[in-house]
Write a protein that binds this ligand. Structure first.
Ligand code: SF4
Ligand code: SF4
Length: 165
């Protein structure tokens, strides 16, 4: 094939659009806009599972029992705007200190960035494909049940271990 003689210029290393595209590598969590902050969430739903804390060791144990407002298929909150009113113990991560993120799953974008790590390769901000979190087996889809399905006193029986914590 004969070329046209036109060449695409190489991307500028200081291209603002590219910088914005990978904003999480250059913008500290505390300095992010609301939309940048929200876009980091991969929708795994893991933080919406009930957890138990070992009183002796302080270790956090995840259960497969999800908050009643979590959509078990999409793994998203069904009333995110009113979540704090409807579920008073729902935590707003933005109100917490970064030191308090150690209870989040190791795949959580907020925890990863706090630990100076990059987002996973399947993350939608890298791939443009929000569904990959499920294909990577990193969400609760197909693995969680609602609180109404169990006796609250039996929560301990539903402790789980993640293949991808
Ligand atoms: S664990 Fe992190 S990434 Fe997953 S849903 Fe919760 S906030 Fe979003
Ligand atoms: S209220 Fe929504 S965001 Fe909060 S734990 Fe429940 S499902 Fe998750």
């Amino acid at each position: 094939m004969v070329g046209t003689g036109k060449k695409t210029p190489p991307p500028s290393p200081i291209c603002p659009a590219m910088t914005d595209l990978f904003f999480w590598r250059s913008t500290p969590l505390a300095a992010m806009t609301d939309s940048q902050w929200e876009s980091l969430c991969d929708g795994c739903g893991k933080c919406c599972l009930n957890k138990l804390e070992d009183e002796d060791t302080g270790d956090i144990h995840y259960t497969r029992v999800a908050c009643q407002l979590l959509d078990l298929k999409t793994c998203r909150c069904t009333d995110y705007a009113n979540r704090k009113t409807r579920v008073p113990d729902c935590l707003d991560l933005r109100e917490l200190a970064a030191d308090d993120f150690n209870w989040l799953p190791t795949t959580c974008a907020y925890r990863l960035l706090t630990e100076q790590k990059d987002l996973p390769d399947w993350h939608h901000l890298k791939t443009g494909r929000p569904g990959l979190v499920h294909k990577a087996n990193c969400s609760v889809r197909g693995r969680a049940i609602h609180e109404s399905a169990i006796d609250p006193d039996e929560l301990e029986e539903h402790i789980i271990q993640w293949a991808n914590p």
